[in-house]
Design a protein around this ligand. Structure first.
Ligand code: ADP
Ligand code: ZN
Ligand code: ZN
Length: 816
């Protein structure tokens, strides 16, 4: 039979343990020469009829037993190339998950070339899953998790194949709850559809100027213009929907000549632009040269670029990428979702024009799909995006950059629980790419590895133009209270705000907690309102007078009477951003402000509008959660007030000190970024904590030394590796029994240098009605722990009892 291999190894597309191994099928004559690794095919399986499978290899080796024929091809081209298939195998092995789950993580939705119906998790759907590790009996959750394991999206036929007829009902329910969206998409052919798309008639960096040229009342026009810049090439209808304006607003802008209409092409044309590449400072030059040398000579080096905020790290990334492109290579730059602002996107677009694709969560499925297709076709050379952009199917990858490498959002919190930093190292190793991790506050583990020589350390010690880092003052809130100040603003912060506002400058007030209060309690009997499904207190939201759980969807009207003693003394304790805003408005009447947190930015475009308002100085004060801590660059912000540094300090996790230092440094870095000098005021009840003291001095090395000592004393990472086993279920006795069982399995197999922590209730001991217990194994090398975990998972899948679910987390970033 010719010289074509006759057999194919496939993995059935079901994420279950029993099917997580290669099966051999014969390639029938009519498909000879057409089957390649990375394609999907249909194969017969037992009595289940035909099922979908991934081809992982083809071979001449005749299997020892009679095998059945492949029924047909689903794809004409592989949807995943050999390099990424190899990466998927690594992912499955490293994070202990079925290979098909790993493949789905790498391959985006709607892989088919023909178009069709796509089902996808909405941001709300992600949030729902992320706050939740457990399995309810509900079929809906199963579908959500199934989607999540596929990167959040799947085409309708796969969904039908998986969930059969009940699927439709479940889907309708999830859609009604806003947890998933269903979208029709169609591939646009190479020559375009002849449809016209809307583009800004000016280069993106001039957006601010044109916004100013509009009448102050034309807020709809502003919105439309902002969106047209952020997402060029939408149709009139799409743009109207996206910007939440009527189509006549867009026609108005077309008439004014601010927008123009062109045939939609896949290679979106960029307006003429003059790109300015600033001359690098000597420190930048030194760092850049080291990186460039590795790229040019193919040295495959790994760098940690450690530079204070505003020291010009991004400028170095841009240069290094340009250097890659000159050599015909490609690059990936990861940034945390939270800092994927229009500002960052514009900076990359300005330099690389049509060569760059920016992936952020506000892209529609169609847009994302188109971009992915363009990457595969080699039309895109630079990919900027959050976590999953690490899997972009670029060829000739020369450089991977991870900005703010310490960010925990680089870790996925559903299976596979991968960390983009680890994946990046592996992908760089496989492709020979140079790796650059950047941060002003590197993860303790990363800095440790740099000290050990695993990364080459590059340091930028100064801000550009020697702009000073803003001086930081700490205010002891115990003292304030003792001296009779009951406001949530210390006297020093009030004073500083007054001065800043008088000078016509801007301020940021930061509090990492949304809503109005932290908890609601009865003054008479001490009763505290709690979520019926989770072990957390409820937060009061003044906008609609409800109390809500921030971990599940639970909300109810705030009670007028105590549910226990009927007293009327219901009071709100602690502060969230709503309360900060309310008190600010009371103490500074007439000053314009806006709040930016999850509650005010859920509508499309809301995020951009707030940023634009800040840039145009329509508002003087921005009040927000960690959403405002990163990536934003407002030249006129000269004061940053941290309302309470204690929110993150009190989290029961060995990394809470590190997180606090990082957050304070990041948010402080928003002040005085331009010519105006800035200052930072941190309010706290623990002014003597080393995280706060070192943040005040902008002293990362000092913080690192103290933190490292603590880690060493307790044997925590980087002096050990951790693997966490989390059990959850609706009945606590079962969960406890399960964790005891796992403990019994693990105990005898432990090496002398490995230890077992727990079983113990997780700090978040109940979530969405599910009780949670956990264990952690700790040891000097990861492989040993991983195989222990793998064995436990295997045993568990066999004797799985009741409704208890087990999740394995390799190198967890959170132990809640
Ligand atoms: P980081 O990424 O470290 O926060 P950026 O690269 O964003 O720093 O630089 C901070 C500011 O300084 C930006 O406004 C940037 O445009 C500017 N900048 C960076 N490098 C230079 C340079 N070599 N010359 C002039 N301005 C620069
Ligand atoms: Zn009461
Ligand atoms: Zn809840």
């Amino acid at each position: 039979m010719g010289k074509n291999p006759v057999y194919a190894e496939v993995y059935i597309d079901r994420p279950v343990k029993e099917l997580d191994r290669p099966l051999t099928y014969r390639i029938p004559d009519q498909l000879q020469g057409q089957v390649r690794p990375g394609m999907r095919v249909q194969v017969p399986l037992g009595r289940q009829g035909r099922v979908q499978a991934f081809v992982t290899a083809i071979t001449d080796q005749r299997p020892p037993v009679q095998v059945r024929d492949i029924i047909g091809l689903i794809d004409r081209e592989p949807i995943i190339d050999e390099e990424l298939l190899g990466l998927a195998r690594w992912l499955a092995d490293y994070y202990v998950c079925p290979l098909v789950t790993a493949i789905h993580t790498l391959v985006p939705p709607g892989k088919k070339n023909s178009g069709g119906t796509l089902v996808a998790l909405t941001p709300r759907g992600w949030a729902y899953l992320n706050q939740q590790d457990d399995e309810e009996e509900e079929a809906g959750l199963e579908m959500l998790e199934w989607l999540a394991a596929r990167g959040g999206e799947a085409d309708a036929p796969s969904l039908r194949a998986m969930f059969r007829s009940q699927g439709q009902q479940v889907l309708k329910k999830l859609q009604a709850a806003g947890l998933v969206q269903v979208e029709q998409f169609k591939m646009v052919g190479e020559k375009g559809t002849g449809k016209l798309g809307i583009y800004p008639a000016f280069p993106p960096e001039e957006l601010a100027v044109h916004l100013l040229s509009l009448s102050p009342r034309a807020s709809k026009s502003r919105q439309a213009l902002t969106v047209a810049c952020a997402v060029p090439g939408l149709t009139v209808k799409e743009l109207a929907a996206r910007a939440e304006v009527t189509e006549s607003v867009i026609r108005g802008l077309l008439d004014k000549g601010l927008l123009c209409q062109k045939a939609i092409s896949l290679q979106a044309e960029q307006p003429e632009r003059k790109v300015v590449w600033p001359r690098l400072t000597p420190a930048q030059q030194a760092a850049f040269q080291a990186i460039e040398e590795s790229i040019v000579k193919g040295r495959r080096k790994k760098f940690l670029l450690f530079g204070v905020t505003g020291s010009g790290k991004t400028e170095i990334y841009l240069r290094a990428i340009a250097s890659c492109l000159e050599r015909g290579q490609t690059a990936i730059c990861l940034v945390p979702e939270i800092s994927l602002t229009p500002q960052i996107a514009a900076r990359f677009k300005e330099r690389f024009g049509a060569d760059v694709a920016v992936f952020h969560s506000r892209l529609s499925l169609r847009e994302r799909h188109l971009e992915w297709q363009r990457i595969k076709e080699g039309k895109i050379k630079v990919v900027v995006g959050a976590r999953s952009a690490i899997f972009a199917p670029l060829q000739k990858l020369g450089l991977i950059i991870i900005d703010e490498e310490h960010e925990t959002s680089y870790k996925q919190d559903v299976t596979p629980r991968y960390h983009a930093r680890e994946v990046a190292q592996e992908r760089a190793r496989r492709t020979g790419a140079t790796l650059v991790l950047g941060s002003a506050t590197p993860a303790v583990e990363t800095f440790y590895r740099a000290q050990q020589g695993e990364f080459t350390l590059l340091t930028l010690a100064e801000r550009i133009d020697d702009r000073p880092l803003p001086p930081v003052t700490v205010v002891d809130m115990r003292q304030e209270l003792a001296e009779g100040n009951r406001s949530i603003f210390s006297r020093e912060l009030q004073e500083a705000l007054r001065h800043t506002l008088q000078r016509g400058e801007q301020a940021i007030l930061f509090l990492n907690r949304r809503g109005y209060s932290t908890f609601v309690s009865c003054r008479s009997c001490g009763y505290v309102l709690r979520c019926p499904a989770c072990d957390v207190t409820l937060t009061y939201h003044s906008s609609d007078q409800t109390v809500r759980c921030h971990y599940c969807e639970h909300r109810e009207p705030s009670p007028a009477l105590c549910p226990r003693c009927n007293s009327r003394y219901i009071r709100y304790f602690g502060a969230g951003t709503q309360r900060v805003a309310e008190e600010f408005a009371r103490e500074f009447p007439g000053v314009s402000w806006q709040r930016m947190d999850v509650d005010t930015t859920s509508r499309r475009g809301a995020h951009e509008t707030i940023i634009q308002n800040m840039l145009e100085e329509k508002i003087q004060v921005l009040i927000g959660t960690q959403m405002i801590a990163k990536g934003l660059d407002f030249p006129k912000v000269t004061l940053v007030g941290v309302i309470s540094a204690d929110t993150s300090l009190n989290v029961p996790d060995f990394r809470s000190g590190e997180r606090t230092f990082q957050l304070l440094t990041q948010v402080g870095g928003r002040a005085g970024r331009d010519v105006l000098p800035g200052r930072v005021i941190i309010q706290t009840y623990s002014p003597e904590h080393y995280s706060i003291l070192r943040a005040v001095e902008h002293d990362y090395p000092g913080f690192y030394r103290e933190e490292l000592e603590l880690r060493e004393m307790l044997g925590n990472p980087p002096f050990s590796y951790l693997v966490r086993l989390l059990l959850s279920g609706p009945r606590e006795e079962e969960v406890i029994r399960g964790s005891q069982l796992i403990c019994d399995w693990l105990q005898p197999g432990l090496q002398a240098d490995q230890s077992l922590l727990g079983p113990a209730p997780a700090p978040l001991s109940r979530l969405r009605g599910q009780y949670r217990w956990h264990l952690a194994i700790k040891g000097p090398e990861l492989e040993g722990l991983r195989s222990l975990g793998r064995e436990v998972l295997q045993k568990w899948s066999k004797q799985r009892s009741g409704e208890v679910r087990l999740v394995l987390d390799i190198e967890p970033v959170s132990l809640l």
